[in-house]
Write a protein that binds this ligand. Structure first.
Ligand code: PCA
Length: 194
């Protein structure tokens, strides 16, 4: 079987849960051709990427999918691109708040995801779950993680992408949300479609 490392985040920004990790936890250990390794990662610039790359170095996965919360979005959104920019409008979980500095000094301005995000989004929406490709993963820890992973595995056989997921109903009264089971199903369909 092929190996997939899939990550979700700890809560941040005053939230009690993060639907990304809650959904990853619900996934079966095998999906399609993939055997899954799941880890929860911190919301800390730099440390997040180190945690993921360290785990990936141990298991040598064929694919890495990082999942994060995008509160306010109403779709599951596979990310097409990561940009080489950190700008935090709120502190991360260790108090860092970078403003307009590169994720990695001297590296390219942007890197494209190397997993087929278009195909993944089409497969998920074909099953009736709101899902579309996003062209901005933001400038916070999620974008930073995707940028580092894509840079680290550039020109290798390890392919990667990021999937942002909405709030779940338990987190919000007035913002868009999707049930946790629907988010987990979307991830499962996306993985099956690779
Ligand atoms: N979402 C944040 C970081 C952690 C998470 O779940 C982001 O979109 O950058």
């Amino acid at each position: 079987m092929k190996k997939l490392l899939i990550t979700g985040f700890e809560p941040f920004g005053g939230e009690k849960i993060n639907p990304s990790w809650e959904a990853v936890k619900l996934l079966p250990d095998e999906i399609g051709d993939f055997l899954l390794s799941k880890i929860e990662v911190p919301v800390v610039f730099g440390k997040t990427a180190e945690t993921v790359i360290e785990k990936a170095s141990e298991i040598n996965p064929d694919a890495i999918i990082c999942v994060g919360q995008a509160g306010g979005r109403n779709f599951v959104t596979p990310e097409m691109v990561a940009i080489n920019l950190r700008f935090a409008s709120i502190s991360d979980n260790e108090g860092n708040q970078p403003k307009d500095i590169p994720c990695i000094e001297g590296c390219e301005n942007a890197l494209f995801s190397t997993l087929p995000v278009r195909k993944m989004a089409e497969a998920v929406s074909a099953e009736g779950i709101p899902c579309s490709v996003s062209y901005s993963a933001g400038t916070y820890v999620c974008n930073d993680l995707l940028y580092h992973v894509l840079e680290h595995y550039k020109n290798t056989e390890t392919k990667a992408c990021f999937i942002h997921v909405p709030f779940i109903p338990e987190q919000t009264e007035d913002k868009p949300s999707l049930p946790l089971a629907t988010i987990a199903k979307a991830l499962e369909i996306a993985i099956e479609s690779i």
